[in-house]
Design a protein around this ligand. Sequence first.
Ligand SMILES: Cc1cc2nc3c(=O)[nH]c(=O)nc-3n(C[C@H](O)[C@H](O)[C@H](O)COP(=O)(O)OP(=O)(O)OC[C@H]3O[C@@H](n4cnc5c(N)ncnc54)[C@H](O)[C@@H]3O)c2cc1C
Length: 284
Amino acid sequence: MHIVVCMKQVPDSAQIRVHPVTNTIMRQGVPTIINPYDLFALEEALRLRDVIGGEVTVLTMGPPMAEESLRKALTFGADRAVLLTDRFFAGSDTLATSFALAAALTKIGEEFGVPPIVFTGKQTIDGDTAQVGPGIAKRLGFNQLTYVARIVDLAPEVGTITVERRAEGGVQVLSTRLPVLITMLEGVNEIRRGTLEDAFRASRAKIVTWNAADAGITDMTKCGLRGSPTIVKKIFSPPPRAEAAQLIATIDQSYDAIAASVMSEIFKSQPALEDDLMRFSAGP
Ligand SMILES: Cc1cc2nc3c(=O)[nH]c(=O)nc-3n(C[C@H](O)[C@H](O)[C@H](O)COP(=O)(O)OP(=O)(O)OC[C@H]3O[C@@H](n4cnc5c(N)ncnc54)[C@H](O)[C@@H]3O)c2cc1C
């Protein structure tokens, strides 16, 4: 089975700063990484491939430097990498991004085999909208399974898939027909260390690089800024909380002393809890 994983190269948010005067994000000198949520999607795709056979292609839309992230994905064991890059894509919002990625996925299907499963991460750590996956699914006419925590069953011969989806207040078990787009939750698996062979292969691999025309896109008004109705009115850092943190224990204290300080603070705000505990510990 051919599986495609959409991955975005993002600035390492741990190192991002907001300009104190203009309130814009200062991207200069900030290292880029694979969107961490996308690694859970990649690992799930690799696991499926290991069980049922086939290939995993990773796809990213971004500037030429996004090739670095694709090569990294190859070191984890992906079989093929496709970079969609064109100046026409600059400034894409989620609508334009999902348009371009859907076109590239169609082209990937024509060139390398139609993927019955496309994975994305749950969301990115920069745009954070979680809209691109569902946008791709809608454009391609795929069923969509969002916030998936586990793939319970995959039956390619009958074209069905069953997953666990984490929802507010519980877990849903959902079955649907392929083709499907899955947005994978974080923390549900651990990305493997690729083999040495994967590392050598990745360093020499040819990254398939397509511009808009290569991906079969003819309507440029749907790409980049022109195809992006989102308008950024303002970016700002949230104001600091009015309530300052309170130091109630220090690390050089014994565990008993720390526990006593914490309990005493809790009881100050929840006096009834102390009475309840006393009654409970006194027994019937
Ligand atoms: C209000 C707002 C303002 C913005 N302003 C700007 C701006 O001024 N300039 C700018 O450059 N960007 C801007 N963006 C970001 C831009 O819209 C997003 O980077 C892009 O559309 C992807 O959306 P996202 O990051 O929210 O992805 P999500 O929808 O959160 O991503 C979900 C998943 O889709 C996949 N995916 C997402 N993007 C890609 C990709 N490029 N390639 C492959 N897979 C992908 C990944 O698997 C990811 O985990 C803005 C976003 C918002 C919401």
